[in-house]
Design a protein around this ligand. Sequence first.
Ligand SMILES: Nc1ncnc2c1ncn2[C@@H]1O[C@H](COP(=O)(O)OP(=O)(O)OP(=O)(O)O)[C@@H](O)[C@H]1O
Ligand SMILES: [Mg+2]
Length: 492
Amino acid sequence: MSGIFFEVRNISKSFPGVKALDSVSMSINRGEVRALVGENGAGKTTLMKVLNGNYKADSGALFIDGCEVCITDPTVAAHMGISIIFQELNLVNGLSIAENIFAGRLSEGGRPIRWREIRKKAKEYLDRIGFNIDPKIEVGKLSVAGKQMVEIAKALSYNAQLILMDEPSASLTQNELEKLFAIIRDLKQKGIAVIYISHRLEEIFSICDSVTVMRDGEIIGTSSVQDVTKNRLVEMMVGREINQAFPQREHHIQEEVLRVENLMRKGGKAKISFNLHRGEVLGIAGLVGAGRTEAMRALYGVDYIAGGSVFVKGKKLQSSSPRAAKDAGIAFLTEDRKDEGLTIDFSIKSNIVMANLKKIVGRLFLSNAKENAIADEYIQAIKIKTPSRTQKVLNLSGGNQQKVVVAKWFNTDSDIIIMDEPTRGIDVGAKYEIYEIINDLVSHGKAVIMISSELPEVLGMSDRVLVMKSDAIVAELTGERINAVDIMNYAF
Ligand SMILES: Nc1ncnc2c1ncn2[C@@H]1O[C@H](COP(=O)(O)OP(=O)(O)OP(=O)(O)O)[C@@H](O)[C@H]1O
Ligand SMILES: [Mg+2]
């Protein structure tokens, strides 16, 4: 099976103040794995939403096997063989795996639901992708990777010919990622096409056949992966050459501001002790699942602790709660940004200033001018792509929403800032600006703890690195020892 399966011609789509897609044309063959890359706000998700009937294009046409089609909604798309796997997965947590796979198709023509048959069929689709699980289990009990598997099984149950994956790898462990890649290779074997969106360009070279680059709503080019380098891709994405991945770091490390002694989270496997200084970036490396996030949640008092103490500027925190941590001058930029970091229905401006109202208090009232100035400063500094500071966060692209959370936490007076995966979902161009802000914070005497699964980021930014494994700190590295080999040796 080969030849063009799906084609879009001259698709345009605008939102108020934004031309998200500007006469986009592309086609994809059966069995092709196509990467779609571009900066935050380039239009990738919007294009996927047009392909699967979530959005109606303002103009342009879609073709399947050479015939023009009208895809009015996602169910129509599914029946035409197009399925999408969003990063915010679309499953219903309270229902079983089988119910999710066959949602909307549980009974035919008013006949009673044939549960046994449905479960049997669900099991077949799950088996096909090597996911060995009981279809009676509730979806809410699954990990992100598990939910993705269910989405893929669901796509197969519709006999999908094209599966759209919007940043599927963002929260997977290395193992899960390899499983996903194996499934994608298998889909390809069966002649199923995949569009794969990711900001991690290395992935594209290991799983995709070809890559399409978007910028500002337009297609910049398509190439087979053999004919392109990572640097060239970046250049196409951002429209300029990026030669230096990390800004110069000249940190001036001063006195201790934080000390953690024998801290153990409830249900944890080990106690941790470490300290942090003004002017320092402390990287926390380790594999996904090593207990890094959990350790920081315990430190910040989000999760219960089984024991241990936290000292800020020599003073012991009397209770373990986010309130106490915040009052002592700790800020926490969480990994689950959508759930914990943003008020999605508010403007960019309100979200940025929210964490630090002190900064904008005028004599008698909140100063609107100050608010505007702060918001604009960050919109510019980290290139938040938006028509205006009053845009609702809801209407921003995924990566630009992330940038708003980052800005919100950068705009605090806290002396200690804990950042969990600060650049996740953020494009290569904007990462650099985030690193610059981190450097700027520490140069003003703040202290930063940075959890990151991206090794280059840990290497490029940290003054000192703690490596974690099974809830324990297994190594503390400085100077020359901050290198990939040492870190990986300890992490595994
Ligand atoms: N519902 C909406 N209302 C208004 N503007 C929108 C809406 N959805 C998307 N946009 C805008 O359209 C542009 C393209 O957004 P899109 O989500 O397609 O970007 P993306 O390439 O997926 O970026 P990211 O890498 O950050 O996920 C952005 O400028 C975004 O702000
Ligand atoms: Mg997107």
